[in-house]
Design a protein around this ligand. Structure first.
Ligand code: ZN
Length: 100
């Protein structure tokens, strides 16, 4: 599958970058598979074979910020964002909308 280098997320163009370096960006020092820079409209994705899953996760972060959603705030909200992005990815694959 060809991975995107730009995405239009609710009217905003985000640049998608891919890296072999897993960045440590969370407050508690956890390694992250993806990182979103909302100010510069950039999403960085770790190349691990699950890039689309990570991109979808970061798209939910972008939508949450753009739409001023509060439901994904905090650690519990982030976990639910991750579960939702996994479920949506599963839906896209099962219905042949996304092919891996
Ligand atoms: Zn996240």
């Amino acid at each position: 599958m060809k991975l995107p280098t730009t995405l239009n997320i609710n009217g905003y163009i985000y640049k998608i970058k891919y890296t072999d370096d897993m960045r440590t960006v969370s407050d508690d020092g956890e390694k992250c598979f993806g990182y979103i820079d909302s100010y510069n409209k950039e999403i960085t994705v770790y190349k691990d074979g699950h890039e689309m899953q990570t991109i979808l996760h970061e798209v939910f972060h972008a939508l949450s910020e753009i739409l001023h959603l509060k439901c994904f705030d905090g650690k519990k909200g982030h976990k639910e964002l991750d579960i939702l992005s996994s479920a949506v990815m599963d839906f896209l694959i099962r219905n042949n909308i996304v092919k891996l």
